[in-house]
Design a protein around this ligand. Structure first.
Ligand code: CMP
Length: 139
């Protein structure tokens, strides 16, 4: 079915001017960018977004990284968008990412891994709602 997922182009990628290159990978994979904005995340936004990881040892580092440079938040739409997006992002750790994936091509490390994508349709709904109002999404 056609579904939507939430995507973030992270600070390591925006800093290296890779927004367009990463969007090209998404679009070639059949994902349509139906909402997109470049923002500087606040500390509060980053802490809320990653609340599920708050007890992990890397939480503080993750939040500081996400607010260190601008990010591009996006809504992507397409057939099985959540799974399709995860497939083209590649494994969280770029060392394990498959050829041709965004993380294989561009990620620097497990933390500076260039992109975020929702892990399930339910999560996607919540993540989209944190950053976009309905009228900002144009399908
Ligand atoms: P993301 O998909 O945005 O969701 C949680 C993020 O935590 C993950 O991508 C990684 O960038 C980050 N992360 C996971 N494990 C580590 C780690 N060991 N050290 C630093 N960051 C990590």
């Amino acid at each position: 079915a056609i579904e939507r997922t939430f995507s973030i182009i992270k600070p390591d990628a925006t800093k290296r001017n890779l927004t367009g290159a990463i969007n090209a990978v998404f679009e070639k994979a059949g994902l349509r960018i139906v909402a997109q904005k470049r923002i500087r995340m606040t500390k509060e936004q980053a802490e809320t977004f990653y609340a599920v990881h708050k007890d992990r040892p890397f939480f503080g580092e993750l939040v500081e990284f996400m607010i260190s440079e601008p990010v591009v938040v996006q809504v992507l739409e397409g057939e099985n968008a959540v799974a399709r997006h995860r497939e083209v992002m590649g494994a969280t750790n770029p060392a394990n990412a498959a050829e041709g994936t965004v993380r294989k091509l561009y990620a620097l490390s497990i933390g500076e891994n260039s992109v975020h994508g929702s892990d399930a349709p339910e999560t996607a709904k919540q993540e989209i709602a944190q950053f976009f109002s309905g009228n900002e999404i144009v399908g």
